[in-house]
Design a protein around this ligand. Structure first.
Ligand SMILES: CC(C)(COP(=O)(O)OP(=O)(O)OC[C@H]1O[C@@H](n2cnc3c(N)ncnc32)[C@H](O)[C@@H]1OP(=O)(O)O)[C@@H](O)C(=O)NCCC(=O)NCCS
Length: 136
């Protein structure tokens, strides 16, 4: 076996491996229907809140949800998540999953119907990483 090597330039190796992985997955379960998703709230063109996610295999994953500090607590976060959920439903998606750190917003998601299905402690030290899911 040739010796494994740590790559100094990540991009090309990552692209090649992802391509191979996608081909493997497709052969196993068929087309993923992968689509990215972005929802934003803008004030004079500037993003003051937004969500980035992706849908595939009937699920939505939320990569990021953020509201500008001066606009928090006014319903923007709820509205962004609800809009993403509605778009996911339009795409035929019926389940959502995401991760939230204890210093972020696990309780916010709980209020919006998400349940915890896993937790990693001391990630990072003194905090925890919560895995949450919801049926749409
Ligand atoms: C988390 C975040 C997106 C929430 O957005 P928001 O616009 O402030 O939230 P909303 O005003 O829509 O709040 C909806 C409800 O959740 C509650 N809530 C909001 N943020 C919360 C938090 N971090 N923890 C617990 N509850 C929270 C609100 O009090 C409100 O409750 P109510 O319905 O009883 O009044 C926003 O605080 C933020 O961007 N935080 C920093 C980045 C972050 O943590 N992102 C999440 C990554 S997983």
């Amino acid at each position: 076996m040739p010796a494994p090597q740590v790559e100094s330039v990540l991009g090309p190796a990552k692209r090649e491996l992802f391509k191979a992985m996608r081909a493997y997955n497709k052969a196993a379960v068929g087309k993923s229907d992968y689509r990215a998703l972005a929802v934003t709230i803008r004030d004079k063109g500037k993003i003051v809140g937004g969500l980035v996610g992706e849908t595939y295999w009937g699920w939505m994953y939320v990569n990021a949800l953020w509201v500008a500090a001066e606009h928090r607590g006014k319903g923007y976060g709820r509205s962004l998540l609800r809009t993403a959920e509605a778009e996911a439903r339009k795409r035929g998606v019926r389940n959502v999953f995401l991760d939230s750190f204890s210093f972020q917003a696990p309780k916010f998601y709980a209020k919006l119907g998400y349940r915890e299905y896993g937790r990693l402690k001391e990630f990072p030290k003194g905090h925890s990483r919560h895995s949450l899911t919801k049926v749409l």
